[in-house]
Design a protein around this ligand. Structure first.
Ligand code: LLP
Length: 462
């Protein structure tokens, strides 16, 4: 049976909102059926940098940033700031690129914070999240004037001590759970009341009262984030109204909150059936709900902050693999194996996340064969794509998995002691390395072999 060929890179791209596309904006197929991104032929990138390889398209990244900026300017009459959620993909290059587009950064650890600083992000445009921040992380944020997202009582006590000891003040956003449910995987829902993040709404008054007596703290505003990979708009509208109410309460209790941070969460397209709202639609819904709630509740317009991660970086990225072995089960499915897997993309095994793939050297061939694409890890669940239609595949072919820019590199591991892939940024026919490929030698760097177990010299290992 011949299945219809699916050419994700040839569908009409939504140029305004990359999160609605399966492939980067610059994806193009030449007469030899070869797929190009950012003016670079993917087969050339694989030959030069090896596989697996993360490829990031600079034009798509910039378009996504600009889509947020333009929509904010169009739909919000007040001040606004977009903070890229760096957990989606953190690197020096990403931080520098976000800074060059005028975005700030949401960071969740000392590592992400230092990456942002080293990438040139203004610390005043950074906020530090975390439900169990260490003293080192708190000190780092205080010293650099990074705004802290206050998450819990222990942190409040620690901050009070630290600020007294160091005679410093800290700028805070208070995170609370708004009690809003949304439809996404349960591991990436955070706005419901039974979440590990932030204060329960019932505690908010107590927190605000305590901070009203804290000269070391400036309550700069409030924060909530309801979840990730969300396609619905209503939960975000509801969130705006709940937060404006909480801002009003903070004012009643003597604070002068300026910032209202609605978190991130806008979904992206991983497979053809996904239909996320455009960035501008999401921004418009949030802004209109916020303006309406402020009017209704007679509150001034806050500075609007949001923290998109996935919708900025997912559609800009793809992963290139080389196909190796295959297994045909009589009467069952055909597995083809690639040279990566759950260590470079843990999302399928963690969230049963679906993806789209194509053969970047035979783009227009029909998808006549249904196969399951497995990784090379010693785990049966290490499957990247279940039952997808591809042209006949041979060992040595390249396979491109699309929309892998978010939460792939950032959640990658060394499971089975497999080195992490390199990442390249492509633009106008140029590819630049932004993360070098780990080597087997790198994997041994953090191990310590105690003297009494040393039997042979490791120097010969390469
Ligand atoms: N702000 C906060 C406080 C967050 O916790 C997150 C994501 C974001 C912003 C960014 O959300 P986004 O715009 O990317 O949806 N590893 C999971 C996703 C975990 C999301 C964690 N928080 C995945 O691969 O789907």
């Amino acid at each position: 049976m011949s299945l219809p060929s699916f050419c994700p890179y040839e569908e009409a791209a939504d140029r305004q909102s990359p999160n609605r596309n399966l492939a980067p904006l610059t994806a193009a197929v030449d007469l030899a059926q070869q797929l190009w991104v950012g003016g670079c032929r993917l087969a050339d990138l694989a030959a030069h940098y090896g596989t697996p390889l993360y490829v990031l398209d600079e034009a798509t990244l910039r378009s996504s940033c600009q889509a947020y900026g333009k929509a904010m300017a169009r739909h919000y009459p007040g001040e606004a700031l977009v903070l890229y959620a760096s957990k989606a993909h953190s690197s020096l290059a990403m931080a520098a690129l976000m800074a060059s587009e005028g975005l700030g950064l949401d960071v969740v650890s000392a590592g992400e914070l230092l990456t942002g600083l080293a990438g040139g992000v203004d610390p005043q445009k950074m906020i530090l999240h975390g439900n169990n921040k260490s003293v080192v992380e708190l000190e780092l944020a205080i010293d650099h004037g990074v705004t802290l997202v206050l998450d819990n009582w222990l942190e409040l006590d620690l901050l009070e001590q630290l600020c007294h000891q160091r005679q410093q003040r800290v700028r805070l956003l208070i995170r609370f759970t708004p009690g809003i449910e949304c439809h996404t995987h349960e591991y990436i829902r955070t706005g419901h009341l039974d979440s590990k993040f932030g204060f329960d709404p019932g505690e908010l008054d107590m927190v605000l009262q305590r901070l009203a007596r804290a000269p070391w703290a400036e309550v700069a505003g409030l924060h909530a984030h309801i979840g990730s990979q969300i396609f619905e708009l209503q939960p975000h509208r509801d969130l705006a109204a709940v937060m404006v109410q909480a801002m009003g309460r903070a004012r009643q209790l003597g604070h002068h909150p300026k910032d209202l941070n609605v978190g991130g969460g806008l979904g992206v397209r991983y497979v053809a059936r996904d239909d996320p709202p455009a960035i501008s639609t999401w921004v418009q819904a949030v802004c209109e709900a916020l303006v309406a709630a402020c009017e209704q509740q007679h509150q001034p317009l806050p500075r609007l902050l949001c923290e998109p991660g996935r919708s900025i970086v997912a559609p800009a990225g793809l992963t290139l693999y080389q196909v190796g072995s295959r297994k045909e089960i009589p009467g069952g499915r055909t597995y083809i194996a690639v040279d990566g897997g759950m260590s470079d993309n843990p999302r399928p095994i963690t969230y049963q996340a679906p993806y789209t793939a194509c053969l970047p050297q035979r783009c227009r061939e029909a998808g006549t064969h249904t196969v399951t694409v497995a990784g090379k890890h010693c785990e049966s669940g290490d499957v990247l794509l279940q039952n997808i239609a591809l042209p006949p595949i041979r060992s040595g072919d390249l396979l491109a998995v699309l929309s892998t820019g978010a939460y792939n590199a950032s959640m990658a591991s060394n499971y089975n002691r497999i080195p992490r892939p390199a990442a390249v940024l492509v633009q106008d026919g140029q590819a630049v390395l932004v993360q070098r490929r780990e080597t087997n030698q790198d994997l041994l760097r953090w191990d310590v072999l105690p003297e009494h177990l040393r039997q042979s010299d490791l120097a010969g290992i390469r």
